[in-house]
Every structure is written in structure tokens, then in C-alpha cells.
Design a protein around this ligand. Structure first.
Ligand code: ADP
Ligand code: MG
Length: 862
């Protein structure tokens, strides 16, 4: 039973108050077909909307099943609309982008009826209105009568107590109108139907009661409810509150978006522009960062902190040079001053510091050195050890090919030039002409610098690897040096060229090896100490004795090439000449064997006497008169050449010390490296390592061990200080750009969502009429922003990835730096996520605006 008591509804307009309903009282029976007639503007629609719970009244009362609606909550109204009311409008108000079936299902969807049940009931309702075979059509493909029937089916699907129809035939021709009226009459058999119409004839034919309205008041009622009439209070069971699941909202929005794919795509694309901007900046910043990191890495690998046993303080030198251009204050303009330069430089050159590396190595390997070990990428120790290696299978006119130290320059006659060069380069720098070099001990460094092409890394002290370049080439210089190409040929050509016999040296016939052949090559290793032979009680240098050396090499240790390596792809370009790399284990082996040799043991037993001369180290110069008779006898037996050598040795003795003899013999102490190289992974790590060294120094000073203080040259640090700052600054600038793009893109998305709300106003009204709550409406729009945001994010990331390809190619073309624009997948995922969150945030305001829309007004909009 529905009852209006003294109902009043006023509208506030620009011109003042409009009284749409004035003091209207009427009671409806639970089962009748009421037609409401009246001129346009008399308040028919307003009354219907109030009865249907779409609009609220200003005064009076609406009583539903005996309960006053004055204390109805929003939820109560939603439930009432959803379960008790079916609306049929003049303009059908179907959701155009949904299929007929979905339109009808909508009211059930809102209450969360199971999918199959929903379908069954919707199909039944459509069958009732004769549209069983049009389930999947879109309303746009139907005639007006068909659409109105869909609307009736939709109104019936929830089996409401009351069907409200506002001029249902107003837009239909008379024939179709009759069909609709038949349908309504049928429906009115077991419920209340209230119909507003302009057509009195139809009303009189079909309805059971006719109410006429004028100026918001009832002017006639054909069958008013009698006071005494016994109206049953149909107490219905508690009704389920309608509520939309997020999936319903999502599918509703998805369908809506699917109907306007082009527009949705454009919207998403517009939203994605911000993402593309951010994505590109992210890619570039990522690419630049990883480029910088790899440059840092390469630089750090090429320029470790190297501490040598003797070092010149380069920073003083550099400081002096940099100081030159500084502005001096307090100078008179009309005077000339002296600039202190030469003095500074010379004094810095003279300041050679000696470092106690024995102590430092012990420290590094002790428990206290843990901080160093964990921070450093690698710590490498070098020793004053000359390795002697030969190629036993290659001969020259002068004898065996000496691979290490490289004998090629000497063969050509340029050894003087080389040794001059070596004198000027500190030993930490690769002298450059050696082809037999040490491989880093740390696998991390090896992996940084090289890539294994074939075979394996040395696993034993008698295993070496050979280096080729990225084109699988080894320079002929290295080939000659290793005796893999004929040295004599090069020497002859060189001599001919110098003598003017030829104009230029024809390139030697290039040798091609298979990897297996190269891996099969062996060399011979000879200990430094093995070059000396004891004659009487003196040790004689036999290194010039070809037969002796031949035998020595034949008895030498076999060393095998077990792997082929190649410089790793590095950003700091470095050309490879190729060469052999031996492991630290080989050095250790030589040191151990050398220390076990007779000559070294003899020298160690008597540290005062030089084993080569039999004289005390302190002897200033060679004095023949001081020779003993036995020594004179011995000398007399030597031939001319041997005598010369002896004399040479004697004069060398003037400078010889115990230590220099040990180095000459290769008897190095493993505890005393000649240099320690500490490798860092980044500038920051390097700085931290520098700080650790400072801390070590301070501790040593505090302990009173001034002699243990370490000084070193951080060339790269001096040169590159400030680079880190620049890098950081670039990063900040990029982050700034990113923030601006983010703001712009979220504003854009907010605007887009707002436009969508304006566009879907009608749908909001329909949803509300169906009983959707404000929250449901909000959900629909949140779902829409969710979808648009997701698509925008995906498009943005996709386009970014695509754009990165040409950008990288262009940058590579101009700068040779590869992969400068790479979007990390995490970055992509974060971008999509952030975009989603921002889009939904930006959509919140429009969505809540939508939910607050007055349903009546929303329905009226086109
Ligand atoms: P009917 O449906 O009988 O043609 P309505 O119920 O739509 O008439 O309107 C009754 C009166 O209320 C009319 O004068 C109309 O202009 C006014 N009216 C209806 N809705 C509004 C509104 N939202 N704001 C202002 N005036 C309104
Ligand atoms: Mg009207």
C-alpha cells in the first residue's frame, strides 16, 4: 500500500519558487492500473519520481506499507528502488552501450544475483515482452517500441510491487502504443501500475482508475480509496540491500569503453603522454646511469688505488701545477712578483716516500682488514719478480725466442729505447712491450676485464691463457714476441729498411690458428736463479751461454695455454695487442722454487757476502789488489769474455745490496709485495677506501709506528673529483623533469575523467533509478579510471619501449654509446602502477561528483 499525505514539492529556480506539487493526498491499492492525466507542467513526473524514491518531497508524507519514509536512509531508498519499483520512461533510458540482456540484468546485477539466475530471470522477462530472440542486440539497433519493451522487461525483472511508467507511449506510434498498453495491462494484473499519459483514450481503455492533476493538485479521481476499504498490509520479508561488486562496475565501464574504442584509445593515449615523457626520462636516466656506472666500473678497474713500495707524491705535483693559475690577492699592480713553481715541483719530485707494504699486507689479511676486504672489489698484490719464459719450438739466429722478458726489441736492437721508456714510466703502469703479463687473481676482476672465448681459466700454476681482440686477432708484434711468427724475418726486414735496401716492410704472412692449435701451444719456464752456475765458490751468470740456456729451457717447466680470452665489452676503449696471461699461482710457484734453490739459500745464509762476488756488500769498489790468491787463480782460468763479465759484476757490486741480489735472483718474500692495488666498484667505494687508508694511517701514527704510514697517488681521484657531483646534479635535474611530467599527466587524467562523468550523466541517472547507491556510481567511475589508467600506462610504457630503440640507435650513431635509453622492467611496472594510482586519485573527485548527482536531473540530461 502506497499513500501520499499532504505531499508538497517546490523547486527553487532563478525566477523564484515553483510549486510542482501542492498538498497532494492519494492512496494507491496494491493491485490496480492507475493512469495520471493532466496538462504539461502540472506535476505528473514530479509525483511519479517522488513515489519511485527518485526525488524527495519538501513536506507531507509518503507512507510505504504503513511505514513513513521520513526517516528513510539513502540505503533504504536504494533498496526500495531496487526491489519494489520498476521504472519505465518515455525516452526508454536504456544504457546504449550494453546489450539488451545486460540492460535487463542490470537491476539483478546490482543485488548480486548469481550469473545464471540473473540470465534466467532476464531471459524470462524479455520473453514476457516478446523479445526472447533479441538478447544480444544493442538498443541502438532497435525500434522505439522494442526499446520500450526492453525497458519494461528491465522494470519487471526484479518482480517489483510497483511499476511506474512516465508517458511510456509518448514517443511511439498508435499501433505500437497499443501493444505496449496491452503489455502494461497484463503486468497490472498482479501489481500496482501507475502510468502518466497524455492520451486520455488509451487511459480510459486500459486503466482501472484515472486521476487527473492540475497545478500540482488532484482535480478528479475515478476510484478513490474509501476510508473503510480494507487494505492489506502486505508485509514483505526483509530485502537484500543492493550493492555492486567491483567486477560489475568494471564490466559496466569496460563495455562502455568498448563501445567507443577509438575515443578510449585517444583518451588513454592522451593520458599516456605523461607516462611516455616520464618513461623516456627514466630510460635515459637509467641508460646514462648504467653508462656512468660502467664507465666508473671500467675506470675503477683500470685505475685502482695502487700503493707502491716507493712512491712520489704526485698530488703535491698536481697541486703545484693547478695552483699556477690561482689569483693572488694583496699584490700591487705596479710591481712584478715571483711565482713559486720550479721549487715546488722539484721538492715534490724529491719527496719519495717509502711504504711499508709488508705491514700493510699483513694488516689487509688480518681480521682488522675486514673492512677493506668487504669494500674492495679486489685486492691484488704484485711482486718484483721477473719471469723468464721461452718458446722452445722457435729459434732465431741468436738462439731461443725469449718470450718473457720480451726479447723482440733486443733482437731488433731497440732495447735501449725500451729501457729508457721503462725508466720514465712507473712500474704500476704496464710497460706496454711485455707480452707475458699477470692475470688478475680475483675472478671478479677477470670477469670485468675479459671474457672467456674458449678453454678455461688457469686452474694450475703451469697454465696460462692467451688474449685475442674482438676480431679474434692477435697483433703481429705479439706473434713475433711469442715466437709464433719468425722473429728473424722481422729483424731482417728492419735491417734492410734501415740500410735502404727496401722502401717499406711488407707485412709478414699472417698466421691463422685454429683454437685447438693455439690451446696446444706450450712454453718453458725457467727460474731466475737457474741462470747461475757455481764455479768454485762463486756463482757465475750463464745467461749469455747459449748451450747452457738451451739445456736450461729444455729442462724448464712446461707451461700450457689452456684458454683464449678477449677484452670484455668495455666503455673505456682499449685496444688489445694480445698476449699471454699467467696466474698468480705461477708467480707463487716461482717464488717458492726460487727460495728453495741453492744460490738463494746460500745468499740467505750469509747476508753480508755477495754470492756473485764473494765479497761483502759494503765494499765500495772493485780493488784487484785485495783479491786473495785463490781468487786470482780462479780469474786466471777465465777466458776474455768471462773476465769481462766478471769485471762487470764487480763494478755492479758497488751498488749491489742483499735486497737487490734477492730481487735479481727472483727470491721475493711473499709477505713483501712491491705494490698493492685496491680495486673499487664505484667512486663512492673508492672514496670510502681512501678514508679507510687514512684511518689506518692515523692508527699507525697513534701507535707510534710512523714508518708504517702509507702514502699513495690517487691519480684518477685527482682528475675525476667533481665528476660525481656532476652526475648527481644530472640525476636531480632528471628527477625534477619527472616530477613535472607526473603532475601534468595526473591533471590531464583528472580532466579526462571529468569529461567522462559529464558524458555519462544519463547512465548515472539510470543506475540510480535501478537502485544503485552513490557508492555504486562512484565505483563505476573508479572502474573507468582504473581501465583508462591501466590502458594509458600500458600504452605509455609500450610506446616508451618502442621509442627507446630509435633513440638508442641515434645516440649510438653519434656517440658510440650503446643502449643509452633502456626502460628497466621494474621501472615500467612502477610507472604503470603509479599511473594507475594517480589516475584513480585524479578520478576520485569527478567520481564522487558523479555519485552526488541528483538522479532526476541526471535522467533528464541527454
Ligand atoms: P509534468 O511532468 O506534469 O509535465 P513536471 O512534474 O515535470 O510536470 O513539472 C512540474 C513543474 O515543476 C513544472 O512547472 C516544472 O517546470 C517544474 N519543475 C520540474 N522539475 C524541476 C526542476 N528540477 N527544477 C525546477 N523546476 C522544476
Ligand atoms: Mg512529465
Amino acid at each position: 500500500m502506497l499513500k501520499c499525505e499532504h505531499l508538497v514539492k517546490d523547486y527553487v529556480t532563478g525566477d523564484g519558487l515553483v510549486h510542482a506539487i501542492r498538498d497532494l493526498t492519494i492512496t494507491f491499492r496494491d493491485n490496480e492500473f492507475v493512469s495520471i492525466l493532466g496538462p504539461s507542467g502540472c506535476g505528473k513526473t514530479t509525483l511519479l519520481n517522488i513515489i519511485g524514491g527518485l526525488d524527495n518531497y519538501n513536506a507531507g508524507n509518503l507512507i510505504i506499507n504503513g511505514r513513513s519514509t521520513k526517516d528513510y536512509t539513502d540505503k533504504d531508498w536504494d533498496t526500495y528502488r531496487n526491489h519494489r519499483i520498476g521504472f519505465v520512461f518515455q525516452s526508454y533510458n536504456l544504457i546504449m552501450h550494453q546489450s539488451v540482456l545486460s540492460n535487463v540484468e542490470l537491476a539483478l546485477t546490482l543485488t548480486g544475483v548469481e550469473k545464471e539466475e540473473r540470465r534466467r530471470r532476464a531471459v524470462a522477462a524479455l520473453e514476457k515482452v516478446g523479445l526472447r530472440d533479441q538478447l544480444n542486440k544493442k538498443p541502438t539497433q532497435m525500434s522505439g517500441g522494442q526499446m520500450q519493451r526492453v525497458a519494461i522487461a528491465r522494470a519487471l525483472v526484479n518482480d517489483p510491487d510497483i511499476l511506474l511508467a512516465d508517458e511510456p507511449t509518448g514517443a511511439l506510434d498508435s499501433k505500437t502504443s497499443v501493444q505496449i498498453m496491452d503489455l502494461l495491462q497484463e503486468i497490472a494484473k498482479d501489481r500496482l501500475v501507475v502510468m502518466v499519459t497524455h492520451n486520455p483514450e488509451l487511459a480510459h481503455v486500459y486503466s482501472t482508475r484515472i486521476v487527473e492533476l492540475k497545478d500540482g493538485q488532484i482535480v478528479s479521481d475515478s476510484k478513490p480509496v474509501d476510508e473503510k476499504e480494507n487494505l492489506e498490509e502486505a508485509g514483505k520479508e526483509a530485502l537484500k540491500k543492493p550493492s555492486m561488486s567491483f567486477w560489475t562496475a568494471l564490466s559496466l565501464s569496460l563495455n562502455n569503453l568498448m563501445t567507443k574504442k577509438g575515443r578510449t584509445f585517444l583518451t588513454a593515449f592522451a593520458g599516456s603522454i605523461g607516462i611516455i615523457g616520464i618513461g623516456l626520462i627514466m630510460s635515459l636516466s637509467n641508460g646514462v646511469q648504467s653508462y656512468i656506472t660502467s664507465v666508473e666500473n671500467d675506470t675503477m678497474t683500470s685505475y685502482p688505488i695502487t700503493i707502491e713500495d716507493n712512491t712520489m707524491d704526485m698530488s703535491v705535483l698536481m697541486g703545484a701545477m693547478m695552483d699556477m693559475g690561482d689569483e693572488r690577492t694583496g699584490h700591487d699592480d705596479d710591481r712584478i712578483y715571483t711565482k713559486n713553481f720550479a721549487n715546488k715541483i722539484l721538492s715534490s719530485i724529491a719527496q719519495t716516500e717509502s711504504n711499508n707494504l709488508t705491514e700493510f699486507k699483513t694488516f689487509l689479511q688480518s681480521k682488522d682488514g675486514e673492512a677493506f676486504r668487504s669494500l674492495a672489489k679486489a685486492i691484488e698484490y704484485d711482486y718484483d719478480l721477473t719471469i723468464h719464459a721461452y718458446n722452445p719450438n722457435a729459434k732465431t739466429e741468436k738462439g731461443l725466442v725469449q718470450v718473457a722478458p720480451n726479447g723482440l726489441m733486443e733482437a731488433i736492437g731497440m732495447s735501449d729505447m725500451m729501457s729508457l721508456r721503462e725508466q720514465f714510466l712507473s712500474s704500476s703502469m704496464n710497460a706496454g712491450n711485455e707480452v707475458w703479463n699477470r692475470l688478475p687473481d680475483s675472478q671478479a676482476l677477470r670477469d670485468d676485464e675479459y671474457e672467456l672465448v674458449d678453454g678455461h681459466w688457469p686452474e694450475n700454476y703451469d697454465e696460462v691463457v692467451i688474449e685475442v681482440d674482438e676480431n679474434n686477432e692477435i697483433s703481429d708484434y705479439t706473434m713475433y714476441s711469442l715466437g709464433l711468427m719468425d722473429q728473424d724475418e722481422l729483424v731482417d726486414n728492419y735491417n734492410d729498411l734501415q740500410a735502404g735496401k727496401i722502401d717499406e716492410i711488407e707485412p709478414g704472412e699472417s698466421v691463422v690458428y685454429t683454437k685447438d692449435e693455439l690451446l696446444d701451444t706450450t712454453f718453458k719456464l725457467v727460474l731466475n736463479s737457474a741462470f747461475y752456475e757455481k764455479q768454485g765458490n762463486l756463482w757465475i751468470d750463464k745467461s749469455e751461454d747459449e748451450a747452457f740456456v738451451d739445456q736450461l729451457v729444455r729442462d724448464g717447466l712446461d707451461v700450457k695455454i689452456v684458454g683464449i680470452i678477449r677484452p670484455a665489452q668495455s666503455t673505456v676503449s682499449h685496444t688489445s695487442m694480445g698476449g699471454v696471461y699467467y696466474p698468480q699461482a705461477m708467480q707463487d710457484y716461482i717464488i717458492e722454487k726460487t727460495n728453495e734453490s741453492d744460490i738463494v739459500r746460500e745468499q740467505k745464509e750469509n747476508k753480508e757476502i755477495n754470492v756473485f762476488t764473494g765479497r761483502a756488500f759494503s765494499d765500495e769498489a772493485f780493488d784487484p789488489n785485495a783479491l786473495s790468491d785463490a781468487e786470482k787463480m780462479q780469474l786466471a782460468q777465465l777466458d776474455q769474455k768471462q773476465l769481462m763479465e766478471y769485471m762487470n759484476t764487480m763494478s755492479e757490486n758497488a751498488n749491489a745490496t742483499y735486497a737487490s741480489n734477492m730481487i735479481k735472483l727472483g727470491a721475493v718474500d711473499r709477505d713483501t709485495p712491491s705494490s698493492i692495488s685496491i680495486y673499487a666498484s664505484s667512486f663512492d667505494d673508492k672514496e670510502a677506501l681512501g678514508d679507510l687508508i687514512t684511518a689506518y694511517n692515523e692508527e699507525q701514527e697513534a701507535l707510534g709506528h710512523e714508518e708504517n704510514v702509507i702514502s699513495y697517488n690517487d691519480m684518477i681521484g685527482v682528475m675525476l673529483s667533481g665528476v660525481s657531483d656532476v652526475i648527481n646534479m644530472i640525476s636531480y635535474v632528471l628527477i625534477g623533469f619527472v616530477s613535472v611530467s607526473l603532475i601534468v599527466s595526473s591533471i590531464m587524467i583528472g580532466i579526462i575523467t571529468y569529461i567522462s562523468v559529464l558524458e555519462r550523466k544519463k547512465e548515472i541517472g539510470i543506475l540510480r533509478a535501478m537502485g544503485a547507491s552513490k557508492r555504486d556510481v562512484r565505483r563505476v567511475f573508479n572502474a573507468e579510471t582504473f581501465i583508462v589508467g591501466l590502458i594509458a600506462g600500458l600504452i605509455g610504457v609500450g610506446i616508451t619501449v618502442l621509442l627507446n630503440l630509435p633513440i638508442s640507435m641515434i645516440v649510438q650513431h653519434y656517440t658510440d654509446v650503446a643502449n643509452i635509453a633502456v626502460l628497466p622492467w621494474q621501472g615500467g611496472a612502477i610507472l604503470v602502477a603509479i599511473n594507475l594510482v594517480l589516475t584513480m586519485l585524479a578520478g576520485l573527485i569527478p567520481a564522487s561528483m558523479a555519485s552526488k548527482k541528483d538522479p532526476v536531473e541526471a535522467l533528464r540530461s541527454e
